[in-house]
Write a protein that binds this ligand. Structure first.
Ligand SMILES: Cc1cc2nc3c(=O)[nH]c(=O)nc-3n(C[C@H](O)[C@H](O)[C@H](O)COP(=O)(O)OP(=O)(O)OC[C@H]3O[C@@H](n4cnc5c(N)ncnc54)[C@H](O)[C@@H]3O)c2cc1C
Length: 351
């Protein structure tokens, strides 16, 4: 491999791979098709679980998250404080800073062509990539995808300081969210198993139903697909797929930044060490978390809307957090599920 690790994509997975390369004495070279990082729409919420391969640079933290207020089908469920902390980040700034910190050479406007295995460089040149990590995101994911759409709005909603709002909608197997951006703007979005027009109608209905959101100025509507169909790790020419292109998104929540970064790190670490990167990613705790969440999602999809609601309502806040974050520690879950036998009987089939 020489002294370099070639990486396609300056998203969280590409950055994770760059961090591993740097830790193991290789120079990461990242080819990114866009002129800057973090262009794809994203809620930019990163929970603090302590498992990220690198440190989030302080100046990319836009706000600190202390917890979330959860609702199900319009009904207030509970507030989660103390075990759902994290950050809303300036994703582009975070990715660039972490890549630079890892000593990466970043080549912008450099598009990898998966048919030829070559990167078209911004000038005239081309470079063939024989080995490396492919982290090009959802367009290269072959499993099931849903759509997530969000309005970026000007102003400050009435959501308590430091909290996120999560509104589960059992009919679309998804949720609406209100995420702060900074003091002047925020995002109201929706993701779920439904068509673009239905999701958008549901989002507009939600905004209209809220006095604080109704009066805010809408700045822009944006959206993108999210791959929620579980792991699809493999190779693209000689490159190993990591991140969302390989299915590293938690299927119950759509959280992809942390899983993608961890998988990119794992892929590069294993490659450089000479072990099998595909097996390493599959067997990693994040790989197992994605697969367990996928089994839970499949199970919940078969339930009636009433049963889904009952499940969400009967889980303790701590069990919600444990499952949502993909931590799934047996001792914690056993203790929490013992407090909600109805949820336990449904979930135990998938765990
Ligand atoms: C509306 C929305 C909200 C979301 N909110 C959250 C959230 O709050 N928290 C969270 O954790 N996750 C969230 N996600 C999911 C998260 O954005 C992704 O799962 C995550 O960014 C995936 O990381 P990645 O590195 O695999 O891919 P990406 O972030 O998609 O990065 C891939 C990079 O590769 C580049 N690229 C693609 N093709 C090529 C090519 N051929 N050549 C060169 N470069 C290429 C792209 O330009 C891009 O920069 C959200 C997703 C959506 C759509």
């Amino acid at each position: 491999m020489g002294g370099e690790l070639h990486i396609v994509g300056l998203g969280p997975a590409g950055v994770g791979a760059a961090i591993a390369a740097s830790k193991m004495g290789l120079k990461p070279v990242i080819y990114e098709s866009m002129p800057k990082a973090g262009v794809k729409p994203c809620g930019r919420g990163v929970p603090e679980v302590g498992d990220l391969p690198g440190r989030i640079p302080k100046d990319s933290i836009m706000s600190e998250v202390k917890g979330a207020i959860m609702y199900v089908d319009g009904e207030h469920l509970f507030e989660m404080r103390g075990f759902l902390e994290g950050y809303i980040v300036d994703k582009g700034r975070m990715l660039e800073a972490m890549a630079v910190e890892a000593g990466a050479e970043i080549v912008y406007r450099a598009k990898y062509d998966h048919k030829t295995g070559e990167v078209k460089l911004p000038g005239q040149g081309r470079v063939r990539l024989e080995r490396g990590v492919f982290a090009g995101g959802h367009p290269y994911y072959s499993g099931d995808k849903i759509l997530a759409i969000q309005w970026v709005m000007r102003g400050k909603p009435e959501t308590p300081e430091g909290m996120l709002e999560i509104h589960f909608d059992t009919t679309i197997m998804g949720y609406l969210y209100v995420f702060p951006k900074d003091d002047k703007a925020f995002e109201v979005g929706i993701g779920g198993f439904s068509s673009r027009s239905r999701l958008l109608a549901r989002l507009e209905e939600f905004i209209k139903s809220r006095e604080d959101l109704r009066r805010m100025e809408k700045l822009r509507l944006e959206g993108a697909k999210i791959g929620l169909g579980g792991l699809r790790i493999g190779r693209l020419n000689g490159l190993v797929k990591a991140g969302e292109s390989a299915g590293f998104v938690l299927p119950l929540t759509g959280e992809g930044i942390r899983p993608s970064m961890i998988s990119g790190f794992e892929a590069a670490r294993a490659m450089i060490e000479g072990s099998d990167p595909i097996k390493s990613m599959e067997r990693s705790s994040m790989g197992r978390a994605v697969e367990t969440q996928k089994r839970i999602l499949d199970l919940v999809m078969k339930l009636t809307v009433e049963k889904r609601r009952e499940l969400l309502k009967s889980l303790t806040p701590k069990a919600h957090a444990e499952i949502a974050l993909g931590r799934l520690r047996k001792a914690v879950l056993a203790l929490e599920l013992a407090k909600s036998p109805r949820a336990a009987s449904i979930l135990l089939q998938a765990l």
